[in-house]
Ligand binder design. Structure first.
Ligand SMILES: [Zn+2]
Length: 285
């Protein structure tokens, strides 16, 4: 089965066939970040098609924490999505899990308390640190082994959840009212309104309407230009957020859509007792 091949790519990164595929299709990125090449082989296309299936249940098994990104990667077995989500703006410079350890290679509890919510601190401290390489495991098997049956059951469950969660991606009328009351120029409100409805002329929207032939970002030429890429993840835009008063790194936040982002900013504004923070972010957008 091709899904099993996708799994083996993670399990056997030093195998010759993995080296060959990596050198051709993703020499400088991870398996989960790579996009479809322009003329891929049948084998590679099939593996990429099954990658999402594998991604649903795979997570890092923490060893020494050298390869695991704190905010982007899935590595905490007892948290939703296996990810940490609480973020202290002042500690957003930490990148890898090993940076959360002390000199005795144990969790640095003071640092954890500064960076994460009390619930996440508690769950992180349950993870044993082992001085071996980090590795991938299949979460839904007691021995960490991938199985096709388990993966497909997971995919069906995820599809049902997606249907159920769709309503969470819709801005409520109270949230719209907040946007229209913000003390910002009207054109900023209109821009934000269009962005939240995904009606800005980003390249992926223009492609959907048949206006352009491809959706590649015209600034970085690295990936398709979606609203999220345009406003947050394009390498030309990231420095604006990082250089702002908030010092945010969009990649570390790992927020997947603009509605989630907007709610995150409003939460931070409340925590910081900074009522105009969301107004400020609207202007940055
Ligand atoms: Zn770009």
């Amino acid at each position: 089965m091709v899904a099993r091949q996708a799994w083996r790519m993670l399990q056997s990164p030093n195998a010759l066939w993995v080296h060959v595929l990596k050198s051709i299709y993703f020499p400088n990125s991870s398996f989960f970040d790579v996009r479809k090449a322009s003329h891929p082989s049948w084998v590679w296309t099939s593996i990429l098609q099954r990658r999402d299936l594998v991604q649903l249940g795979v997570r890092w098994n923490v060893g020494n924490g050298q390869d695991i990104l704190i905010y982007q990667d899935k590595w905490v077995p007892t948290l939703p999505g296996f990810k940490v989500t609480s973020l202290s703006v002042t500690n957003s410079l930490l990148s890898y899990v090993y940076e959360l350890l002390d000199h005795e290679e144990e969790w640095d509890v003071t640092k954890l308390n500064t960076c994460f919510s009390s619930e996440e601190c508690r769950e992180l401290q349950k993870i044993p640190i082992r001085m071996c390489s980090d590795s991938f495991i299949w979460h839904y098997d007691r021995y960490g082994n991938f199985s096709i049956k388990s993966a497909y059951l997971l995919a069906i469950h995820a599809a049902n959840e997606t249907d159920r969660n769709h309503d969470n991606l819709i801005i409520s009328s109270a949230e719209w009212k907040h946007i229209w009351k913000m003390q910002v120029p009207h054109k900023v409100q209109v821009f934000l309104w269009r962005a939240l409805l995904n009606s800005l002329p980003s390249m992926d929207n223009l492609l959907r309407r048949g206006i352009v032939q491809e959706a590649l970002c015209p600034f970085c030429h690295l990936t398709d230009e979606s609203i999220m890429h345009l406003l947050f993840y394009c390498p030309h835009v990231e420095p604006i957020w990082f250089g702002s008063a908030l010092g945010l790194d969009p990649w570390q936040l790992g927020v997947g859509n603009l509605v989630e982002w907007w709610r995150y900013i409003k939460r931070v504004a409340r925590q910081m007792h900074f009522p105009s923070l969301s107004d400020y972010c609207a202007v940055v957008c």
